[in-house]
Design a protein around this ligand. Structure first.
Ligand code: ATP
Length: 454
């Protein structure tokens, strides 16, 4: 069973320290959220899992981390300056503003009036000035997608690594869009993170790779704990494709507020590298031409057999980190009826995603002997480097179990007076709630085996 409402998730996230409204003490800023002590762990674990599958577990992908501030020319060439907009309408009656394609029956969602202006394009990019003199000319954009910085680094990576086509460049980082109506918690925000792979291939093999990447990405989401029944695949209709795309497949997820895009896998053809090649030629830029002096296209690659220079095609799986976090919270959230008639809330994360891997709990608060044993065991478990382990010195074992169920900690280990006598501790499993005793010396191995297992 997944979460019943978005409100339940939002409340749990605030109560337990996953996600907070940003700038809250000054009334908040719309469309921005902050990740708290548990949220950052969950988000980092998700990003780690993505990076591992994209970079470490493959031999044809390299990673980069490029700047957020982006040269206007990059976003001119990419088409974003001219076309990266949503249709904006004003309600003449209540003065609110909306995205035309999100309206129901052409009515203002706020006052139900149909007295609306005609839609006009609203560019979603944030601009900022660069340097000490704000003369209107020295500006940069906050990148609206991480992809463009991959394209402009394409030759740098190709020339500094041993790769040939097909190969990919992966990046995780912030992107910014001045969304007209940010909403649905962290689903649609103005500052978010993307996990993007640009996978460069020969023209003609692009459709094969597009299908392959769609299958790989679906499989990966299932491995993170996303239920197949909550996923639908959407072949984006041709009249809705982004300006750079020949074909896009959206992985749609049943969020608490409805079925919406979790990740898009686009066939961007040679559009971006082609445009940046043209951009460089126009400016007569000579950087990055070491390998392809014989080509007019500065970002072309030579086929090793035919010796022909050609701009590669690119397949792009682009996933939102924040939408991923929301989907995983939704999947993990359960309210269970217990035998004693009470309820418990559990976040049943896969162990590799759980913000805290184990809580070591001394039975009696501030009891020196018990706390020392707990701290020593925590250090041993922490040395396994599988993620965060905490000592929970609350003195209320029932309350500690409830808290750790609710934040998704897979294992609780209780140190009690028997531990002092015979060196054993009680291990409680989050999902089954079953408990058993284990020798302290065997706990690190047991812990590693349980947390490493997906
Ligand atoms: P939508 O149609 O929902 O606005 P999009 O098609 O504009 O999304 P893309 O440009 O394909 O989104 O971006 C790739 C991914 O980045 C999306 O699948 C999504 O996970 C994430 N993303 C895009 N915009 C936002 C946003 N405003 N807030 C959070 N995540 C976003």
């Amino acid at each position: 069973m997944t979460a019943k409402t978005m409100e339940e998730l939002v409340a749990l996230c605030k109560r337990r320290g996953f996600i907070f409204q940003s700038n809250e003490i000054y009334g908040g800023l719309q469309g921005l959220y902050d990740y708290g002590p548990l949220g950052i762990e969950l988000k980092n674990n998700l990003k780690k899992a993505w990076w591992s599958s994209m970079v470490y577990e493959r031999d044809d992908v390299e990673g980069i981390d490029a700047s957020i501030l982006t040269h206007p020319k990059v976003l001119k060439q990419s088409g974003h300056e001219d076309t990266f907009s949503d249709p904006l309408v004003d309600c003449r009656d209540c003065k609110s503003r909306w995205r035309a394609d999100h309206l129901k029956e052409g009515k203002c969602p706020s006052c139900q009036s149909d007295n609306l202006t005609d839609p006009r394009p609203f560019n979603l990019m944030f601009k900022t000035s660069v340097g000490p003199i704000d003369d209107g000319n020295s500006f940069a954009y906050l990148r609206p997608e991480t992809a463009q910085q991959i394209f402009v680094n394409f030759k740098n990576v190709l020339d500094s690594t041993p790769h040939h086509l097909p190969f990919g460049i992966a990046q995780i980082g912030k992107a910014f869009r001045n969304e007209i109506t940010p909403r649905n918690f962290i689903f649609r925000v103005r500052e978010f993170e993307q996990m993007e792979l640009e996978f460069f291939v020969e023209e003609g093999t692009d459709e094969h790779w597009h299908k392959l990447w769609t299958d790989l990405r679906l499989q990966w989401w299932f491995e993170q704990g996303v239920n197949k029944e909550n996923i639908e695949i959407l072949n984006v209709p041709s009249d809705e494709l982004a300006h750079y795309s020949k074909a896009t497949i959206d992985i749609m997820y049943r969020f608490p507020h409805g079925l919406e895009e979790l990740e898009g896998i686009a066939n961007r053809t040679d559009f971006d590298l082609g445009s940046h090649s043209k951009g460089q030629s126009e400016l007569n830029i000579t950087a990055n031409v070491t390998k392809n002096k014989s080509s007019n296209s500065k970002l072309a690659v030579q086929n090793r057999e035919t010796k022909e220079w050609k701009i590669p095609y690119v397949i792009e799986p682009s996933a939102g980190v924040d939408r991923g976090v929301l989907a995983l919270l939704n999947e993990a959230y359960k309210v269970e009826k217990l035998e004693n008639g009470k309820e418990r809330t559990v976040l049943a994360f896969k162990p590799h995603l759980a913000p805290i891997k184990a809580a070591v709990i001394p039975l009696k608060r501030n009891n020196e002997q018990l706390v020392k044993l707990a701290a020593d065991l925590k250090s041993l478990l922490q040395k396994k480097k599988l993620g965060r382990v905490v000592v929970e010195n609350s003195g209320n074992i029932g309350k500690s179990y409830r808290r750790h169920d609710e934040i998704g900690t897979p294992l609780c280990i209780t140190i009690d007076f028997e531990t002092i006598e015979n060196n054993t501790a009680t291990i409680r499993n989050r999902d089954t709630m079953q408990q058993h005793r284990l020798k302290l010396e065997n706990i690190p191995e047991f812990f590693a085996a349980n947390i490493e297992a997906n």
